[in-house]
Write a protein that binds this ligand. Structure first.
Ligand SMILES: CC(C)(COP(=O)(O)OP(=O)(O)OC[C@H]1O[C@@H](n2cnc3c(N)ncnc32)[C@H](O)[C@@H]1OP(=O)(O)O)[C@@H](O)C(=O)NCCC(=O)NCCS
Length: 389
């Protein structure tokens, strides 16, 4: 029989990482790898499934916060290390883990990155944000004009101290952005150490440091170099533009690759918009509304007549019910519904990536007044997280 336990000590945390890694077809962590992973464990946030004394499945979360449309920042659980030992799959182990994790969670919103698209919908997660991976022909990527501020390279020790502070000071900017936890930065530093050639540059404007990016350049062949931008954070449009000018003008770089939000305006910077090509479009944010009333009340809404939305949540029935959404906010009501939606698809529309009309067109939701619901949930910026975990 499967039993779910909360883990609290280091030996269990390391076993948890080993079970997860095995599910991903990786070996157990070496001592060196474990030193990097260890700081990301927080007591009470790691769960494991046991068959007797044997650990057979894992999940955990990192404590974080997320920006929702309108600018409110809510507590957020970043779910990670989900895995079930191969000799125990398809027997309901993950279902038991998810049920326990969600029913005991105090954060109103959880998000994760999915290894496969079919796993998480049944647990109430919806695809709420996507990114595009682009490649830029650096030799033709001319940006006209001069920098307004200054870009400086910083060494690894300076970056290790400065970047977490600067990320916090800049704050969350667009729906889907999340705060980073101390263990995230430990792993980011390690990725940098792995390659040894990671570079951090910091931008300063009239009010001091206001943006940074980290990148690596690798030689593909015979002085042909590819730059991979791994982290790009800015507080002002000037910082964003200056940092792009810096990378576009680097010597010996032929191509630049980066993951961007769907509506990132970078192609408008270049005199020839064809220097940038989208190579792939992938799902980024899978979002679960754990506390539907709290999460719905936290975001703002566009201008339209109120719509009554009936929500169905098989795993967390406290969320079941009708919600009247209007430009003034959200209230729970006993009233006939205009439309009915399962909680995973409410997660998909929550940050504005998917619309009610799209879901109705593919017959995944029932009802009427989809255009008004679209207008209420419309957002100015496409959701994007930009922090991989
Ligand atoms: C994904 C994984 C955790 C699922 O664990 P599991 O214990 O087999 O899941 P469950 O038995 O609780 O499955 C519940 C349901 O989801 C379905 N399901 C589970 N994993 C699935 C998958 N990868 N693709 C499609 N359906 C899946 C099951 O068929 C089952 O459906 P049913 O209720 O209609 O019978 C496990 O297969 C695994 O560890 N995979 C490799 C690691 C991985 O990808 N982890 C996720 C990282 S984001």
């Amino acid at each position: 029989m499967t039993e779910i336990r909360v883990l609290n000590d280091e030996a269990q945390f390391r076993a948890h990482t080993s079970v997860f890694r095995r599910a991903m077809h990786w070996g157990p962590p070496t001592d060196e790898q474990w030193e990097v992973v260890r700081p990301s464990y927080e007591p009470g946030r790691a769960l494991a499934a046991f068959d007797g004394d044997e650990m057979i499945g894992t999940t955990m979360s990192f404590g974080s916060s997320i920006l929702v449309p309108g600018g409110a920042v809510l507590p957020h659980a970043a779910i990670s290390r989900v895995g079930v030992r191969a000799d125990y799959t398809r027997r309901g182990v993950l279902t038991a883990l998810m049920r326990e994790q969600l029913s005991t969670m105090s954060d109103p919103i959880a998000t994760l990155r999915a290894s496969e698209g079919r796993i998480y919908g049944r647990f109430g997660y919806g695809l709420a944000g996507r990114w595009r991976w682009v490649e830029i022909d650096a030799k033709r990527a001319a940006i006209v004009g001069e920098m307004t501020g200054r870009v400086r390279m910083v060494d690894h020790d300076t970056a290790d101290k400065l970047l977490p502070e600067l990320h916090d000071a800049i704050g969350l900017a667009r729906p889907g952005n999340i705060s980073r936890w101390p263990g995230w930065w430990v792993r980011a530093r390690d990725r940098k150490g792995d390659a040894g050639n990671s570079v951090t540059v910091v931008h300063s404007g009239p009010n001091g440091d206001d943006g940074f990016l980290t990148y690596k350049v690798s030689e593909e062949k015979d002085f042909k170099h590819k730059m991979s931008i791994e982290d790009f954070v800015w507080a002002t449009p000037d910082a964003w533009r200056d940092l792009w000018m810096f990378v576009a003008r680097l010597d010996l770089v032929d191509t630049i690759e980066i993951d961007l939000s769907l509506d990132d305006p970078v192609s408008l910077l270049f005199d020839d918009p064809r220097v940038i090509v989208t190579k792939d479009l992938q799902d980024e944010i899978w979002l679960r509304l754990v506390d539907v009333p709290h999460a719905l009340q936290a975001r703002t809404y566009g201008v339209a007549e109120p719509v009554v939305i009936e929500v169905h949540d098989k795993l967390l029935p406290a969320n079941d019910g009708c919600y009247r959404v209007s430009p003034d906010g959200v209230e729970r009501v006993e009233a006939p519904a205009d439309l009915t939606i399962p909680v995973d698809l409410l997660g998909a529309v929550y940050l504005g990536d998917t619309t009610f009309s799209q879901l109705a067109a593919v017959k995944r939701i029932d009802g009427a007044r989809f255009d008004e619901a679209d207008a209420l949930f419309a957002v100015a910026q496409k959701p994007f997280c930009g922090t991989f975990f």
